[in-house]
Design a protein around this ligand. Sequence first.
Ligand code: PRP
Length: 182
Amino acid sequence: MVSSRPAEPPRPTRVLISEAEIRARVEEIGQDLARDYANENPVMVGVLKGALVFVADLIRATTIDVTMDFMALSSYGGETRSSGVVKVTSDLSLPIEDRHVLLVEDIIDTGRTVSYLKRNLETRHPKSVRLCSLLDKIERREVEVEIDYLGFTIPNVFVVGYGLDYAGLYRNLPYIATLEPS
Ligand code: PRP
């Protein structure tokens, strides 16, 4: 079923990070992961939905054995996810006890979602939990988060593309763009 969409959604007009820039940076991160996790077979945990595209490219940019899994989240009681009050709507399909875990996000904004997720994963006794994010909107940070692998720092502007959406739209753009009001 096709869900309803805004009649006049704002359009992505200005490319902030091009497809080529993303590809080059993802390759570099893939090489960093191969160096840091050689022979460790880490579990890459993508946070749905935004991280889907990044995870798909990242696993192909690294030469080591990786295991892929996903988590999906929603907010409690109409709060935004940025409140950090989140509910796991789809959990990992695999145990992570004694495994190295790499949490993969598309963007860190306030830091609350990832801070919650890291605590959640730590309770399952993994060997380690590190964080990889394509984007960091650092001006918006409210809780301290250590990002171990970062694609790009961006200014405090609304961005879409490469997995990121506006009202469900634009996740399929191969670049990161800013939105122009309609
Ligand atoms: C985005 C992003 C992070 C979170 C970051 O998800 O993927 O999970 O927000 O925000 P925070 O640092 O302020 O907590 P979103 O709620 O847009 O869901 P989606 O991935 O399904 O698009």
